[in-house]
Design a protein around this ligand. Sequence first.
Ligand code: HEC
Ligand code: HEC
Ligand code: HEC
Ligand code: HEC
Ligand code: HEC
Ligand code: HEC
Length: 430
Amino acid sequence: MRQISSISSLLILLVCTLFFVSTGFSQDAKAGEKIFKANCGACHAWDKKVSGPALQGVVDRVQPGSYGDVDGWLKAWIKDNAKVRASGDAYGNQVYNANAGLAMNAFGFLSDAQLTDLVAFLHAGPAPKVAEPGAPAAGTTEGVASEDDGDSDLWMILIVIGIATLIIVIFSGVNRSMKNVINQKQGAEIEESSSVWSAIGTWMKSHKKLSSIIGLIVVLTLAKIGWDAALGIGVYQDYAPKQPIAFPHDLHAGKNEIDCKYCHSSARISKTSGIPSANVCMNCHKAVQEGSRSGKTEINKLYAYIGWNPDSMKYTTPDGKMRTDTAIEWVKVHNLPDFVYFNHSQHVEVGKVACQKCHGEVEKMAEVKQFSELTMGWCVNCHRETEVNFAGNDYYLKIHEDAKKEFKHKKDFKFTVDKIGGLECAKCHY
Ligand code: HEC
Ligand code: HEC
Ligand code: HEC
Ligand code: HEC
Ligand code: HEC
Ligand code: HEC
């Protein structure tokens, strides 16, 4: 009997160890995949050429030259590929020439740990796709960060718990029937078959140490998942993600006084404000090839995305047109939950609310950040305080006259947004 129960303990330990070895093992590559998606995905795919080469098998084709080993070469290349090429590295120059002299940008801001993760990812390749219910719809820009990893960890834990339970139940069943055989021989009472829970209970009682260790591990892991999830929801004020091109609002909307709506033209007519496409940038950047802050570096990234050669003033594509397969993946700064309806034109066109009231002085920001809380309280407070702008709007004028009659006993009557239904749940929630 002791033998059987120690076999079951061993099996459970084995399952737990396997679980942690397997998740620990893929951790670097997993983190690397995230970094890859955020920084490299616009130009590289795993199994097809985008503006950069497909990266599948790259660890086998790199010839590290003076960089010692493949990993060393990859890290140096990602950090600053121009430096690698300038050092006379044969492979680097070969890749560069094979790609029509389209330069990749430098990633000096990545830490060594991040580079290690990235290289681990280049070895391992993308994790197999599990169902992704929360994935952003096609065509939308990538959200804050993909939160799917928490889910897969949770599934692993559930599976481990399931297997462990099964083992306990099976072995306590075997255990019991063996006891019963002996009991029968000795003429003692036969044990009833017990439920799953009491089987677990009995097992835990006879394996106090092991079950407290397992319990602790499960609790800690669940706590970590909970913590990660808690950080993922709620308020993102001041959120200013790193963008694929360091697009400076202060130089465009501030110093050069370009109107917000020149680029965010759909704010006038539609629900969203939208981010301008590269066409809009090229209205000016065919001619403007240098900025006062970053020189040619950042504008060259724009050219790399769309395949423009500033020297020949031509697109490098075979048909001589702008590349369309490499959309610039701007990281969305503002993210209201899907269950909230917010309409820009309602506020900007109808309500005459200035962009800056909600977004702050964007024309002074080198990097846009989220200025307002974007909570329900923020919306509602403004609706309570802001008077409806009804000048030139017959529809509101009529409502206003009616309201004045209804509230005429109130001296300080203000025709604020809440009076036209700005606090009704259904106006903001579908
Ligand atoms: C703006 C587009 C762009 C971005 C962003 C970009 N790359 Fe590249 N990458 C290229 C191009 C183009 C090449 C081809 C070499 C050249 O022309 O310099 C290349 C080459 C490479 C190579 C060598 C490929 C081979 O076939 O040997 C590796 C490895 C690589 N990139 C990794 C990365 C990683 C990792 C990132 C993100 C940290 C990244 N790249 C981001 C455009 C890009
Ligand atoms: C020359 C074009 C251009 C002009 C002019 C411009 N923007 Fe932008 N705006 C962009 C681009 C490109 C992005 C995406 C990159 C980024 O977030 O920095 C952006 C992003 C934003 C965002 C963040 C969107 C998000 O992801 O949630 C806000 C808010 C914004 N702009 C407001 C303004 C305001 C207000 C003005 C006028 C003061 C303005 N912009 C002028 C091009 C422009
Ligand atoms: C009443 C407040 C308010 C005003 C005024 C306002 N915005 Fe926004 N803006 C928001 C909110 C809230 C979001 C987030 C929307 C979402 O995530 O669905 C947003 C998102 C954006 C985005 C991100 C892209 C998008 O459409 O989701 C851009 C760009 C933007 N605003 C630009 C502008 C510009 C330019 C103006 C002025 C013409 C302006 N906004 C005026 C509240 C406002
Ligand atoms: C209406 C003209 C115009 C449009 C449209 C425009 N830009 Fe610019 N951009 C400029 C001018 C002018 C400068 C130089 C500003 C300076 O340095 O004073 C500049 C500078 C830049 C710089 C370099 C700033 C630095 O760091 O020195 C980048 C990057 C840039 N633009 C990206 C973009 C992108 C991306 C778009 C499209 C979303 C865009 N621009 C649209 C006029 C424009
Ligand atoms: C800076 C003040 C301000 C903020 C912040 C603000 N709003 Fe508004 N909102 C207005 C004004 C002003 C109007 C009235 C526009 C008009 O004249 O129809 C309005 C109208 C609306 C309406 C139409 C109401 C109706 O009865 O027709 C909706 C829906 C709405 N806002 C949603 C939101 C949501 C969602 C948020 C937060 C994400 C928000 N608003 C944040 C000022 C604001
Ligand atoms: C003016 C717009 C507006 C109105 C009116 C409004 N909400 Fe909201 N509501 C929001 C926004 C924006 C959020 C998202 C807040 C966030 O993400 O922090 C939200 C979030 C919520 C949530 C999710 C809770 C949370 O903290 O995530 C619930 C539940 C909710 N609203 C219920 C209601 C009910 C019930 C009403 C009517 C009494 C109502 N809302 C009226 C804008 C509004």
